[in-house]
Every structure is written in structure tokens, then in C-alpha cells.
Design a protein around this ligand. Structure first.
Ligand code: GDP
Length: 608
């Protein structure tokens, strides 16, 4: 029963590094994990690979066996006791393995499909790795799909490549170069692993196949090599507990439980622990420390083994009272005999409080909701980079009250009446309320997709405003009438455009001086509803183009040529403060310099 507890114990008090697998969907993360987990029949369970909670533990003996083909004379010396690989690949696990802004994931494998190159989640993973300063290697997976590839199961990559035809070798080279270029465009220098002279300066690319197992020995050796070169110092075993909650799950017979990765220290049954919950800190006592029962013991009643204590690094399920509302990504701390419980509560709560307080002081911005502390942090970091302001932040499923809070934006800044929901469920009632109120809810499990949705939404809002403002957008022009075909209702006249451009829908006015009162009079004629030349409708007539016949219509009493107007009166587009603002906001690039000048000239005419 103590196997799991002892599994990660180190010889020289170095603890096992924790490794995450990241990458785009379908690149083969799960398959790679399965492949490295496969225990050779001869090794049996004595190979020591142990299934833990949320992670698999590989003792150094198992890794030695798996890398033997590429470590012929044992020239590579293994110094760590083993490797703890997180079982759920992807960035949720990675971003939840956090403690005070730094990562508990010591090392990562970024999986790239050699046939596809860098994809959206690859870039997202790279951003996370860079932000958290986590060393990583790249598995260029699916090499068996290179056309004509001849496989040798579980072979070292260099040996396998040497056996391939020239054509395959060339295709490999081309794809490798393309990948290196793509990495450099993202600011990472990369090298094929056996040509890499400095793991500190270059990311190592290791070609693999999760199907044939080729390159996997190289990948395992490389991940330990990188660990030993880059971080042995930080892998010293510490007695202080360092742990993080990866998942919160209800389990039959145990109630609510938390799956925890313990990266340092010891946890014991009965320990008083503190972690972050949606309603503040949760303080409770460990009722049971559970690890999976080995296969041969599965006939026993429980799928779990109870442990009196467990030592880092490992994954363990904790059963304890009061775990409802626990948040994944939370730190887990142990209250020692000399500790002040309240201080620890404050500290744990501050993780959530810090994130919740990352809102615009102006109060104008989108609402953000995420499932875990890790994903919330990643999302907020990303939105900050994109300069998208955030006004509300929440964790867990979206309920009506969250949508209502977002709805405040409908009045303040309607564009931001948007909820960006990352990997969370939206309650039915909340959804209905949002639809009713015109609040947009975007859901995604890739951060980039939320960004794309939001950008598209902003473009649509702009388009809509532009549409709505069409009647308000008045392009400036001056018209000289050359004939009157119909005096009124509707007015039909022939005109030359002497300045600017005349567009359909433009409101037209004459400006005259009343001879009796000697005051200026603005006579509105209505809007242009038709522009015709040679019996053809045209949408616009520009300065200097041949004369056009125009129809001007107006609801109500239209002025009459011969009574209120003379043919000799110049006509103008009737501009206003609002029309100028509309042009500035939506049509700036459609208005020429000359036209801005004309607007300035027309302003005093209309008393602007
Ligand atoms: P994940 O989404 O990254 O976990 O990807 P999976 O491990 O589920 O793999 C996605 C698909 O790619 C599955 O159909 C796998 O069988 C396939 N696949 C994964 N690795 C390889 C590989 O090395 N070679 C080939 N040919 N297919 C692979």
C-alpha cells in the first residue's frame, strides 16, 4: 500500500521533476502518453511505473530501460529518481499547476504534428510556457506519416532516419526546416535535438511517432537531460509542502474530493489543510489520502489504496469534509503547529482575490468567466496582451447574476456587453436572460477562439453602427442648378456638382437672405432620392462630372421653385454637427482632404 508513497522518494534527496504535455488538439498527446506508459511484459509491474491520481510515475529504472537503445554505453548518467508525468495533457493542467505566479510544472513536452506545423493551440501553449519560464522540448510527432516511411518499432530516431530512402529523408528535412522557421517567427530558436549545442539557447526538436514508438527513447532521454542541465538546483527535495489542486470531483463513497499534485513535502492523513474555494478559504482535515489500487488488487473492494502519508512528487486524491466549492488551480497549504491558520487562509484567498481585482478602474469592459484559477489567469493575461478591457471577473459556471452584472454594460458601453467564457458551463436561465437582453455570450476552450469571437463581434458592431449612421453621414457638396424640370413634390432639377460629391440620400438646402428682414434663411429641400445621367441611375456624382438630373423628396410641404427658390440659388448638402461627427467616426477614410476643407467652408453657412 505504501508503494505510491515511496515511489517518488529520491536517493540523493532530489525529487522527481513534474512534466506536462501540451500542444494542439489531435497532435498525438494522448497517444504519446499511452506509448510511454506501456510497460514491457518483461518489466511487469516491477518496472515500477505507477498509475497515480492525475499522473503517472516513471522511476528511473523504467526510464533507463526505455532509453537503452539510445544510451548504448550508459554514457548518459541519470541523476533524478524518476519523472512524474501529468496524465491530462493540455493547458488546463499546465496552467493549474501554479503557485504564487510560478509553475509547478518543471518541464514540458510541446507536441507538434510534423505534417501540420504550428497550430493555434501550439502558439497558445508556447505563450504559456514562455510566461511561466518553463523549459520544454518539442516532439515533432507522426513521423511515420512521412510518405514511404519504413518503421522499426521503438527505435532511436537517428537509426530510423538512416534507414529511410532519400525521398523520405528529403521530405523530413523540408518539414524540419519549415518548423524551425515557424518557431523562429515566434521568437524561439530551435534545433534538431542531436544538433543542439546549447539547450539553454535552443529548443530541442525531437521527431517521434506515437504509433511506432520511434523517437520516444530519444524524447525521454532528452527530457531528463534538459531537467538535469537546467534545473537540478530547483529539484532539491524540500520539507515544506508545495501542492496544487488539479481537479475537483465527486466520487461515490467519498463525496467531494480533490486531486492534488504534491510537488514538495509530505502530506499525512489528518493534516489540517487550507485551499481556495468560491466562497473563500476552505479549512478542513484530510480524511483519506487515496492512490489508485494496483491492477492486481482491483478485485478488492475499493479502486483506491489508503495511504497514511505520501511524499513528493506525486498525484493523490484527497477526501475531506467541506470540499464543495473548491477551485482547481488553487494552492493547497498545510497548517503546521506553529502556523497562524488565519494568515494561511488570507494567503490562499489572495490567489483568487488578485485575479478578481484585475478589472478596469473605468468600469468599462467585457466580463470574463473561467473554470479554474489557472485558466482564469491565463485568459486575463491574454486579454491584457490584446488590450481588451475587462470589467467583471468570475470563476465557475455562469449564472443569471453573472449575466446581470455584465448587463450593466448595455448602458455604459454596449460593445462590452459581452461574456467571454473559458471552459465553463452556462446555466440555461442565464443563457435565456442573455438572449433576451442582447448580451453576447461566447464560449470556447481555446483562448484564441474567444479572442476571434470578440474581434468579430466588435467588427459587426461597427458595421451595424455604420449602417445605422448611413442617414447621418452627409458628404459635402455644392450644386449649381441648370434646369428645373419639376417645381415641387418632388423637386426634379438638372445640376452641376461644382464642389465635393453628391450621393443618394444627401439632404439638400439653399441658404438665402430674406430681403424683408435681412436675415439668413436655411431652406431645406429634402433628400436626394435619385441621381440620373442619360436615363441611367447612378449612386454618386462627383465634382466636375457632367450634369445630372436629380429628384429631391420631402415628407410634408416641400419648398416650391419660383416661389421659395430660384433656379439661380446654389444648393448645398445640409451638414450638421452630428453629420460631421458621423463622418469622423465611421467614414474618415472615405472623405478626401478637399472635402474636409469644403466642410469647414460650409460650417458657418449652417451656423455650426
Ligand atoms: P491529442 O488530441 O493530442 O491527445 O491526440 P491523440 O493522441 O488523441 O491523437 C489524435 C489522432 O492522431 C489519433 O487518431 C491518433 O491515432 C493519431 N496519432 C497520434 N500520434 C500519431 C502518430 O505518431 N502517427 C500517426 N500516424 N498517427 C498518430
Amino acid at each position: 500500500a505504501h508503494q505510491a508513497a515511496l515511489a517518488a522518494r529520491s536517493k540523493d534527496d532530489l525529487r522527481s521533476p513534474i512534466c506536462c504535455i501540451l500542444g494542439h488538439v489531435d497532435t498525438g498527446k494522448t497517444k504519446l502518453l499511452d506509448k510511454i506508459r506501456q510497460t514491457n511484459v518483461q518489466e511487469g509491474e516491477a518496472g515500477g511505473i505507477t498509475q497515480q491520481i492525475g499522473a503517472t510515475y516513471f522511476p528511473v529504472e523504467a526510464i533507463k530501460a526505455k532509453t537503452a537503445v539510445v544510451n548504448k554505453n550508459n554514457e548518459f548518467e541519470f541523476k533524478v529518481p524518476g519523472l512524474l508525468v501529468i496524465d491530462t495533457p493540455g493547458h488546463e493542467s499546465f496552467s493549474n499547476l501554479r503557485s504564487r505566479g510560478s509553475s509547478l510544472c518543471n518541464i514540458a513536452i510541446l507536441v507538434v504534428d510534423i505534417m501540420h506545423g504550428l497550430e493555434p493551440q501550439t502558439l497558445e501553449s508556447m505563450r504559456l510556457l514562455r510566461d511561466r519560464k518553463t523549459p520544454f522540448i518539442v516532439a515533432l510527432n507522426k513521423i511515420d506519416r512521412l510518405y514511404g516511411w519504413k518503421k522499426v518499432d521503438n527505435n532511436g530516431f537517428q537509426d530510423s532516419l538512416a534507414l529511410q530512402s532519400k525521398a523520405v529523408q528529403n521530405e523530413f528535412k523540408n518539414r524540419l526546416e519549415a518548423t524551425k522557421l515557424a518557431f523562429s517567427e515566434q521568437g524561439f530558436n530551435s534545433e534538431l535535438f542531436y544538433q543542439n549545442k546549447s539547450m539553454a539557447k535552443f529548443v530541442s526538436l525531437v521527431p517521434t511517432s506515437a504509433h511506432t514508438g520511434e523517437g520516444i527513447p530519444d524524447m525521454l532521454k532528452l527530457i531528463l537531460q534538459l531537467t538535469q542541465e537546467r534545473m537540478v538546483g530547483s529539484l532539491m527535495y524540500l520539507s515544506e509542502v508545495q501542492a496544487t489542486v488539479l481537479e475537483v470531483k465527486a466520487i461515490e463513497g467519498f463525496g467531494m474530493t480533490i486531486d492534488v499534485i504534491l510537488s514538495n513535502g509530505i502530506l499525512r492523513e489528518g493534516d489540517r489543510i487550507v485551499l481556495c474555494g468560491t466562497e473563500g478559504a476552505i479549512v478542513t482535515n484530510i480524511r483519506a489520502l487515496l492512490t489508485p489500487a494496483p491492477l492486481r488488487e482491483l478485485r478488492l473492494k475499493s479502486a483506491y489504496v489508503h495511504n497514511k502519508e505520501v511524499k513528493a512528487a506525486l498525484g493523490v486524491k484527497i477526501s475531506a469534509p467541506g470540499l464543495e466549492g473548491a477551485i482547481a488551480g488553487s494552492r493547497l497549504m498545510v497548517v503546521g503547529p506553529d502556523d497562524d491558520e488565519e494568515d494561511i487562509c488570507d494567503e490562499v484567498e489572495s490567489d483568487l482575490a488578485n485575479l478578481l481585482s484585475r478589472v478596469e478602474t473605468s468600469g468599462r469592459g467585457v466580463s470574463v468567466q473561467a473554470s479554474t484559477l489557472g485558466s482564469l489567469e491565463a485568459l486575463l493575461d491574454f486579454l491584457k496582451d490584446c488590450k481588451i478591457p475587462v470589467a467583471n471577473v468570475g470563476i465557475g459556471p455562469v449564472y443569471k447574476r453573472d449575466v446581470m452584472q455584465c448587463g450593466v454594460m448595455l448602458e455604459k458601453a454596449p460593445d462590452y456587453a459581452v461574456m467571454l467564457c473559458f471552459d465553463v458551463k452556462v446555466d440555461k436561465e442565464a443563457m435565456a436572460y442573455a438572449e433576451d437582453q442582447g448580451i453576447k455570450i461566447f464560449q470556447a476552450d481555446i483562448i484564441y477562439h474567444l479572442f476571434d469571437n470578440f474581434t468579430k463581434h466588435m467588427d459587426e458592431m461597427l458595421e451595424k453602427k455604420k449602417e445605422e449612421s448611413k442617414m447621418l453621414a452627409v458628404f459635402p457638396c455644392v450644386l449649381k442648378p441648370v434646369a428645373v424640370f419639376n417645381k415641387t413634390g418632388p423637386i426634379v432639377i438638372g445640376v452641376d456638382v461644382t464642389e465635393g460629391q453628391l450621393k443618394i440620400n444627401t439632404p439638400i438646402a439653399a441658404v438665402k437672405t430674406n430681403p424683408v428682414t435681412n436675415t439668413k434663411e436655411i431652406i431645406g429641400l429634402g433628400r436626394v432620392t435619385s441621381i440620373e445621367r442619360d436615363h441611367k441611375q447612378i449612386p454618386v456624382c462627383k465634382k466636375g462630372q457632367p450634369s445630372v438630373a436629380i429628384k429631391i423628396e420631402m415628407g410634408g410641404h416641400q419648398p416650391i421653385y419660383g416661389r421659395h427658390l430660384e433656379e439661380a440659388d446654389l444648393l448645398y448638402s445640409q451638414i450638421s454637427r452630428a453629420s460631421i461627427d458621423t463622418l469622423k467616426e465611421f467614414y474618415r477614410k472615405d472623405v478626401t482632404n478637399d472635402e474636409w476643407q469644403l466642410i469647414i467652408k460650409l460650417k458657418p453657412l449652417f451656423d455650426i
